[in-house]
Design a binder for this molecule. Structure first.
Ligand code: UDP
Ligand code: MN
Length: 244
């Protein structure tokens, strides 16, 4: 009865989407007992993503929910509805008898395989460093005597949980046992999504430090550069239609 890892990935249509999902797949495919919950920010499950997932070699669930237009403005938190849809799916399809760990895997990060073995033993909520966030080379929980006592970060150190979405995992039973815990639109400031969520389910003193007491970076917010496409033809198109 090995613990499953449920990775929740919100994703949206853009030129680099398939490249991003390919990088994730190349890692996730190698993780044992893994289940990928992909939630498209779209009015439909797109054919591109459906086809991609079917051939990915990763066990998955494909969902979609479209972010209301009024929430698609700069400075607003992203992917709130998509992450909540994945949590709702878990609460409907998993029970007290299922062992698992839930992790939020945005599509613009790079994941070390070691990260998944670190998080697999999460009893309630675990944390670790993340590269290239918080305006620094990395952000990390500061650990003393095996406990999280503070945060090393370049941005808003007053956050109760100064961690990125990729910096924590939650035991499935904590998700099921707190059926109302979710990501919030109302009253949530940009960059506070993680703290707003975590304070619904845990306390800083209960966090479980992973990655050698939070001294190793095993995930990076790499972000793929927007490709230059100024020379895309307006009229003289290629003779074949190619998915990129
Ligand atoms: N995302 C989404 N819809 C959007 C923008 C982003 O579903 O309109 C997804 C995106 O694919 C990623 C996550 O939400 O998995 C976080 O978005 P992003 O990395 O762009 O946010 P940032 O790093 O700027 O906070
Ligand atoms: Mn990002």
């Amino acid at each position: 009865n090995r613990s499953f890892i449920y990775a929740i990935t919100p994703t949206y249509t853009r030129p680099v989407q398939k490249a991003e999902l390919t990088r994730l797949t190349n890692a996730f495919r190698q993780v044992p007992s893994f289940h990928w919950i992909v939630v498209e920010d779209s009015t439909t499950r797109t054919e591109m993503v459906a086809r991609f997932l079917a051939r990915s070699g990763v066990p998955y669930t494909h969902l979609n929910v479209f972010t209301p237009r009024r929430f698609k403005r700069t400075g607003m938190p992203r992917a709130t509805e998509q992450r909540n849809a994945a949590l709702a799916w878990l609460r409907q399809h998993r029970t007290r008898r299922d062992a698992g760990v839930v992790f939020f895997a945005d599509d613009d990060n790079t994941y070390s395989l070691e990260l998944f073995e670190e998080m697999r033993g999460t009893k309630a909520v675990s944390v670790w460093p993340v590269g290239f966030v918080g305006g620094r080379a990395y952000e990390r929980p500061i650990v003393t005597g095996g406990k999280v006592v503070g945060w090393y970060t370049g941005w808003r150190p007053d956050r109760p949980f100064a961690t990125d979405m990729a910096g924590f995992a939650v035991n499935l039973q904590v998700i099921l046992g707190n059926p109302r815990a979710q990501f919030k639109r109302r009253g949530s400031q940009p960059g506070m999504q993680e703290s707003d969520f975590l304070k619904q389910i845990t306390n800083v003193s209960d966090l479980e430090p992973k990655a050698s007491n939070c001294t190793r970076v095993l995930v990076w917010h790499t972000r793929t550069e927007k490709p230059h496409m100024g020379n895309e033809p307006k009229f003289r198109k290629d003779t074949v239609v190619i998915e990129v």
